[in-house]
Each structure stands twice: as C-alpha cells, then as structure tokens.
Design a protein around this ligand. Structure first.
Ligand SMILES: Nc1ncnc2c1ncn2[C@@H]1O[C@H](COP(=O)(O)OP(=O)(O)OP(=O)(O)O)[C@@H](O)[C@H]1O
Length: 240
C-alpha cells in the first residue's frame, strides 16, 4: 500500500481525529503544506455493501459539485484539495480562526445585558445580512444546501468590518433544484434557528430581507413555498 509508513499508515500519522459525527469522522492535519480537514464517511453495515458504496460515492460527488458551483457563484466554502472515493475521504481547506454561527450566537447572547432581544439582534444584524445575501446567491444559482443549520456556517474572525461566512457540509446538497426545494431549505434554517437559539425570532426575518434582495426574480415564489411548508409542518405537529 502506497501510504504505509512504519507500523501505522501515513494518514494516521499525518492526521488527528477531531470529531466523530453521525455520518463521518473528521480529521485535521496538513496536506501538501496546507492546513487541511479530512472528512471520512462511515461504512453503513446495515446497507448492502454495493448500495452503500454507490450512495457514498453519489454523496461525495454531489458535495464536490456543489462546492464547485458555490465557488463559481462567489460563495465562500472550504476549497477542495482531494476526493478519494476509495477511502471515502474528502480533503478540504481548514478554515482557520473560525467559529460556528451556533457558537457565535451563544457567545453574543452571553454578552448581552439580561438577554435583551433588541440588543442581541442589533449585534447579530451584520452577520444576518451576510447570511441572507449568501443564501440568496446560493438559490439564485440553483444550489440547495440541504442541511442549513447554524453549525454548518463558519464565521471567520479576521478582524474585518464585514463578517466573512463560510458554508460547509454539502453532503445533502443538490445543484438541480425547484422553488419547493428552496422553500424547504429556508424552512430547515428557520427551524434550526428557533430550536437552538431562543429570543431571536427576528433574526430569520433579517436573513429573509437580505435573501429577497439577492434572489429577486423568484424570491416571492420561494417565500410562498416557505409559507406552505410551514403550514404543512404545523399540520404535522397538530396531527402528531
Ligand atoms: N473545513 C473546515 N474548517 C474548519 N472547521 C470545520 C471544517 N469542516 C468542519 N469543521 C468543523 O467540524 C464541525 C462538523 O463538520 P461537518 O458538519 O462537516 O461534519 P458532520 O459529521 O456532518 O457533523 P454533524 O454530524 O454534526 O452534522 C463543524 O461544525 C465545524 O466546527
């Protein structure tokens, strides 16, 4: 094997496991001299091996395709360095000095006097604008993220006035999409915001206002779909 080195593999000596998620293991290290994150998807033993290989390969392909489309559209994502289908690994840029939006909101909330919602919204306004603009661009380019949560947005602390937001984890993404898909994408984000961050219902409105400006041609149709998806969600909750 090409990457064997001494008793262990070269990969294991070069990369350190940093997270074991539901779908994948995450490693950090250096690849071709650059700080790198490697995402290695698990084998699912409950699935037939051929089906599992096929599904994993498709997911990795759609992840790579979406990242490329984002780059063309000017949306910041980690650069892809290598896609190794055989070992189920994607090597990507390690976004340095970053924090997830989830942690950032929690951090800002802690520093807000008595959890004052107005104060909190004012502080989060610049980053909400950037997120809305980014999502408007994403959808205007027919890219669906598929898992828009505040853990999948990284905020780079580079001291600049305009926040830099990097979108990650495109494992459920698609690049061929309908207005319905876009409505669902926004609904996922709304639910994620409501369930993890109390006190900031208004934040989603700020994100939507910026979204509308960026995705002018179809935003009204997407917002209408969003309303329909919300209504379906409420019905499901009532029926149980
Ligand atoms: N390229 C990157 N640069 C910096 N940090 C990253 C990068 N990719 C992932 N992370 C960090 O690792 C976390 C998990 O990443 P990711 O969502 O891709 O993995 P996952 O296994 O799908 O996670 P989960 O099971 O929680 O959805 C992110 O929230 C982020 O903190």
């Amino acid at each position: 094997m090409a990457d064997m080195c001494g008793g262990g593999t070269k990969f294991e000596s070069d990369f350190k496991l940093i997270k074991q998620g539901a779908e994948a293991k995450l490693y950090e290290g250096t690849y071709l001299g650059r700080p790198t994150i490697v995402k290695e998807r698990f084998k699912k033993s409950y699935r037939h091996v051929d089906l599992d290989n096929h599904l994993t390969k498709e997911r990795m392909k759609s992840e790579a395709r979406a990242v490329l489309r984002c780059k063309l559209a000017g949306i910041r994502t980690p650069a892809l360095y290598l896609v190794d289908f055989e070992r189920r690994r994607i090597y990507m840029e390690h976004i340095q000095n970053s924090t997830t939006m989830k942690d950032y909101i929690a951090e800002i909330s802690e520093g807000t006097v008595n959890g004052n919602a107005e104060d909190l919204l004012m502080k989060l306004n610049p980053v909400a604008q950037v997120i809305g603009k980014m999502l408007g661009t994403l959808h205007a380019n027919n890219i669906i993220h598929g898992d828009l949560t505040t853990s999948n947005m990284l905020l780079v602390k580079d001291g600049s006035e305009m926040p830099t937001v990097v979108l990650i984890d495109f494992g459920l993404s698609r690049v061929d999409s309908s207005v319905e898909d876009k409505g669902v994408d926004l609904y996922v984000l709304e639910r994620a915001l409501i369930s993890t961050h109390a006190n900031i219902d208004q934040l989603f409105q700020t994100i939507l206002s910026a979204y509308v400006k960026e995705n002018k041609t179809e935003s009204q149709a997407v917002l209408k779909k969003l309303d329909e998806v919300r209504a379906r969600g409420r019905k499901r909750i009532m029926v149980g």
